[in-house]
Design a protein around this ligand. Structure first.
Ligand code: HEM
Length: 397
C-alpha cells in the first residue's frame, strides 16, 4: 500500500500543476480570475502582518505587546491599551470575520465538533500532530524557532488553537477563536523575520522565508482534509451538512491566518485533490522531525495514559501508516498493533450505537483519550486565556 493510500490522501490524481489555483480548480464556482492572474501561494506570505512585525521586532516592542495582549482573549474584547499605534491599528482591522463567513454553518460546525470531539481529538492530536513532523519545512521551522526548545509548551499552545477553534460559539463575539487566530498570524509573521536569521535553520532550509500561504495550506490539509477523510474512512456518521460546515470552519480559519481567499479550496473535492498534489508527495522524515516526534510522544511518558508506549506507537502507525512509523523509528509492539486494529473499530461501532457490544477495551480507550486531553490542557492551565506569545529570537542550538 502506498503512503497516500494509507493516509486516505490519494485518488485519481489529475494532471494539474501542484498549485493550480483554488479558483481555477473549482471551475465556474471559484473566483478564478484573480487567482489565475496572480502569483501562486508559494510566493505569497503576508503583506499586512510581515512588514509590521519587522518594525515591532526591530523596535524592541514585542515584550510589551506580549504583556499587553495577555488579557486580550474574547473576540469582542477591545484592542488592549499599551500597544504601538500601528500594531493596534493592524489588529483592529484584522480581527474580524470575512464578509463571506456564514454564522449558521459555523454554528453547525461547532455542534459537530462537540458531537465528534473524541475522534477529532485523536485524529488532530496523534494523526495531524505527528504528521507535522514528517512535513519537512514545518518540522524544521518549528524545531529551530524559539518554541521548538520546549515541545510541551508549544504543543499546549497549538492545542489552544484547536480548542478555541472547536469550542461552541468560537466565532461569536463571546468566543475566542478570532483572537487566537490573529495572535497566531502575528506569531507566523514574526517567525518569517526571525528564522532567516538562524544559522541552524538556514543550514537545513530549502527556502529563504518560511510559512508561505502554500505552507499554511499544506498544514491545513494535514489537519482538516486529513481528518475529514479519516472520518469517512472510519464510517463515522457524517452527513453532508456537517461536512460542509466543517469545511467552512476551516475556510474561515485559514482566512484568519492570512491566506488570500482565491487560494482557499472551495469544496472538499478540491481540497482533497490539492492535498494529493501538495501534501502526500512531500511527506518525508528529517532529523528535526524525528526529534520532534520523539519529544511529542515522549511527553506522554510523564503521565499514566492507561496504555504502554508500544500501544501509543502502534496507534500512530494505525492512523498514519507503517511507513511514517518506520521513518520516525517508532518501535514495534505487535501485540498492541493487533489490539489497536481490532479494538479501535469496535470502540467506534459501540460509541456510535452501531453495535450493542461494549468492547472489553472500552475503558482503556476512554482513559487514553482523557489522559491525552489532560496532558495538553494541564499545561495550558490558564484555561480560558490564550497563552500565545510572540517569540523574540530563535532556538539557540
Ligand atoms: C506558531 C498554528 C501553519 C510554523 C504557531 C502557533 C499556532 C500555530 C497556534 C502559536 C503557538 C506557538 O507559538 O507554538 C498553526 C496553524 C497552521 C500553521 C493552525 C495552519 C493551518 C504553520 C506552518 C508553519 C508553521 C505552515 C511552517 C512551515 C510555526 C512556527 C511557530 C508557529 C515556527 C512559532 C513557534 C515559536 O514560538 O517558536 N502556529 N500554524 N505554522 N507556527 Fe504555525
Amino acid at each position: 500500500m502506498t503512503l497516500g493510500v494509507a493516509l486516505g490522501l490519494v485518488g485519481a490524481a489529475a494532471p494539474v500543476p501542484a498549485w493550480a489555483s483554488a479558483g481555477s480548480a473549482a471551475g465556474a464556482a471559484g473566483t478564478a480570475a484573480g487567482a489565475a492572474a496572480g502569483p501562486g501561494p508559494e510566493w505569497i506570505w503576508d503583506d499586512a502582518a510581515d512588514p509590521l512585525m519587522v518594525r515591532m521586532i526591530e523596535g524592541g516592542h514585542v515584550p510589551a505587546i506580549n504583556r499587553a495582549w495577555e488579557s486580550w482573549v474574547n473576540n469582542n474584547d477591545p484592542i488592549p491599551g499599551g500597544l504601538p499605534s500601528d500594531f493596534a491599528a493592524y489588529l483592529a482591522q484584522a480581527n474580524r470575520l470575512p464578509s463571506w463567513a456564514d454564522q449558521a454553518k459555523l454554528d453547525r460546525a461547532a455542534d459537530f465538533n462537540r458531537r465528534r470531539d473524541t475522534y477529532l481529538f485523536m485524529l488532530y492530536g496523534l494523526g495531524s500532530g505527528i504528521m507535522s513532523t514528517v512535513i519537512p519545512r514545518e518540522a524544521k521551522s518549528v524545531y529551530w524557532s524559539a518554541g521548538g526548545a520546549d515541545m510541551q509548551d508549544r504543543a499546549a499552545k497549538t492545542f489552544t488553537f484547536g480548542y478555541d477553534l472547536s469550542e461552541l460559539g468560537a466565532f461569536k463575539p463571546t468566543g475566542q477563536f478570532v483572537v487566537t487566530a490573529n495572535k497566531t498570524r502575528v506569531v507566523h509573521a514574526a517567525v518569517r523575520h526571525l528564522l532567516p536569521q538562524s544559522p541552524h535553520w538556514k543550514a537545513v532550509a530549502d527556502e529563504s522565508v518560511p510559512i508561505s500561504a502554500a505552507d499554511i495550506l499544506v498544514t491545513f490539509h494535514s489537519l482538516g482534509t486529513y481528518v475529514h477523510q479519516k472520518l469517512i474512512e472510519w464510517r463515522i456518521p457524517y452527513p453532508a451538512a456537517d461536512q460542509e460546515a466543517f469545511l467552512h470552519m476551516w475556510q474561515v480559519a485559514i482566512h484568519l491566518l492570512g491566506v488570500p481567499h482565491e487560494h482557499i479550496p472551495k469544496t472538499w473535492a478540491e481540497a482533497i485533490a490539492q492535498s494529493q498534489r501538495v501534501l502526500t508527495p512531500i511527506l518525508t522524515p528529517s532529523t528535526e522531525g524525528i526529534k520532534l516526534a520523539e519529544d511529542l510522544l515522549g511527553l506522554t511518558a510523564q503521565i499514566d495514559l492507561g496504555v504502554t508506549r508500544g500501544f501509543l506507537n502502534e496507534f500512530v502507525r494505525y492512523v498514519l501508516s507503517d511507513q511514517v512509523g518506520d521513518w520516525l523509528g517508532l518501535r514495534r509492539d505487535y501485540a498492541a498493533a493487533a489490539l489497536v486494529r481490532t479494538a479501535w473499530p469496535a470502540f467506534i461501532l459501540f460509541r456510535e450505537g452501531l453495535s450493542p457490544v461494549m468492547p472489553g477495551t472500552f475503558y482503556m480507550f476512554d482513559q487514553f483519550i482523557r489522559a491525552l486531553a489532560m496532558l495538553f490542557l494541564n499545561k495550558g492551565e490558564s484555561g480560558r486565556t490564550t497563552p500565545i506569545t510572540i517569540p523574540t529570537g530563535n532556538r539557540a542550538g
